[in-house]
Write a protein that binds this ligand. Sequence first.
Ligand SMILES: [Zn+2]
Length: 323
Amino acid sequence: MSAGSSLDRFAELFASLRQGHAAGRLAHAYLVVGAPRGNALALSEALLQLLFCAGEPRPCGECAECRRVRERAHPDILWIEPESKSRRIKIERIREELIPRLSQGSYGGGWKAGVLIQADRLTGEAANAFLKMLEEPPPSSLILLLTDSPQELLPTIVSRCHRLLLSAEPAARTEPWYASLLDILRSDAPSDPLQALGRVARMKALLESVRAAAESEAPPAAAGEAEPEEDVEDARVRTRVLEARAGIVRCLMEWRRDALLLVLGLEPGDLHFPEEADALRRQAAGLDYARALRRFRAVETLHRQLERNIPDELAFEHLWLEG
Ligand SMILES: [Zn+2]
């Protein structure tokens, strides 16, 4: 998608946050997509320093406030990370810490902030409690969700956050299956069962071609070496197919998320597939919000079904026959 190094991306995003801050137009919640302990954390710290810095020029990086941000010792910032044992963020942390903290006044009389590192690790309960707060964010509060797996978050959470994309989008566009998938997506309007079955058949053919490609790219055994063991080879092909399938499901999810955003009247600038805005707009025109949301959620169901090893064809059949 966008050219330039990730450093440029960082600078670009920070410049726009600085502008937003100067104009008093920061969002209530940001989804920072990048490494939750790398660039996403760095951008979040920079934004928090911008808010709290007492020096010049903001953020100076050196004053006591900036230092407290960096050391996670600032009284107006709550940092939440997954528990080390369960690797989840549980509801208690949201209900008993985050919500009260953001709802009460700040110590410094200004902003208060909550930072969720690896927000994709929220449990379902925690995510729902969090969502309720996000629907009516307390005044002067800022929420930062850091993740490298935004597709794991509730779409209703994602749609309420302003996205800051540090990571390159998954490189689906360079995959051999991408063009065929795009053809299928362009026809992803609600339709009669016959058309839906046609789409299922095309998806089946696509997955078969992925498998055939994986089988044909088997590394030939070097001279003198035995052929790779059969089960090793099977595992390699299976991994390749699963990777491709995950990429395909992600594209589907992004496509339907784009349609949902258009139904909500959002700008095409925020789309995953800006170059497909026309096709997406045509599909969005035939949907209302409830249906667009249901179609989006159906991809999550598809994702879960595939993870539970429900046969691909059956899972895709559910997806398309229901909407
Ligand atoms: Zn400072």
